[in-house]
Write a protein of this length. Structure first.
Length: 198
C-alpha cells in the first residue's frame, strides 16, 4: 500500500469545487441566511407595529406598539431578539434590548414549542414567540422609565400607536470597550455571522 502526503488546503479545494448552496427565494423580512454544516441561521426583521401580547396572569392580550425587532434564529443554536431604531440592513445600526420579558439577547422559551426552520421563513417562530405568555423573568433593565420592570411600560402603552423609541436601552457590547474605556454598543455588524451579507 502506498501513502502520499496531501495538503489539507488541496483536499478542501477539491471537496468544495462542486458545492453550490442556494437560499432560494427569500421572504422580504429576511436580513440574512447562513448555512454552516447542518446549522442554518436566519435573521428576520419585524417592523414597528401594534401587537397583541399576553402577560402571565392576564386573561386578555394587551394591544401595544412594539419597536422594530430583529430575530436571529438557528435550528441548533439559541434564538436572539433585539430592538432597533434604525435600518436593520445597516451594519452600523445599534441594537437595543428587546422590550419584552423573558428575553435578554437570548430568548428563554420555557415550555413554548420552538418551530423548526422551513424555507428560510421565521413566521412560525415569530408567531410562537409573540403568541406566548410573558412571565416576570428578565423584566428589568429594558426601559429607562421603568428600569425594574418592562411590564409597567407595556401596560402604560395599551391602546397607543407608537413605541417611545427614546425609552429603548442600547445593548452594551461586553466584548469591546473603546480606547478611553467608554462603553461600546452592540451593532448589526456584531451579530452577523462571518460570510453573511446584510
Amino acid at each position: 500500500m502506498l501513502e502520499y502526503a496531501v495538503e489539507p488546503t488541496e483536499i478542501a479545494r477539491i471537496l468544495s469545487a462542486n458545492v453550490t448552496i442556494s437560499t432560494g427565494l427569500l421572504p422580504p423580512d429576511v436580513l440574512w441566511v447562513t448555512v454552516n454544516s447542518a446549522e442554518r441561521t436566519i435573521a428576520s426583521y419585524r417592523p414597528p407595529q401594534v401587537t397583541g401580547i399576553w402577560l402571565e396572569g392576564s386573561d386578555t392580550p394587551l394591544r401595544v406598539p412594539l419597536p422594530g425587532l430583529v430575530l436571529i434564529h438557528g435550528n441548533r443554536t439559541r434564538s436572539e431578539l433585539y430592538a432597533v431604531k434604525g435600518d436593520p440592513r445597516d451594519p452600523a445600526t445599534v441594537l437595543h434590548v428587546a422590550p419584552l420579558p423573558n428575553v435578554y439577547r437570548s430568548i428563554c422559551w420555557g415550555t413554548v414549542p420552538i418551530p423548526q426552520i422551513r424555507a428560510n421563513d421565521l413566521s412560525a417562530v415569530w408567531e410562537n414567540l409573540l403568541g406566548s405568555r410573558f412571565a416576570n423573568h428578565s423584566a428589568g433593565k429594558k426601559s429607562k422609565r421603568y428600569p425594574t420592570d418592562i411590564r409597567k411600560l407595556l401596560l402604560s402603552l395599551e391602546g397607543k400607536k407608537r413605541y417611545p423609541l427614546s425609552d429603548l436601552v442600547p445593548h452594551e457590547n461586553l466584548q469591546a470597550k473603546d480606547k478611553d474605556g467608554q462603553t461600546n454598543y452592540l451593532t448589526i455588524a456584531d451579530v452577523i455571522p462571518k460570510g453573511a451579507c446584510p
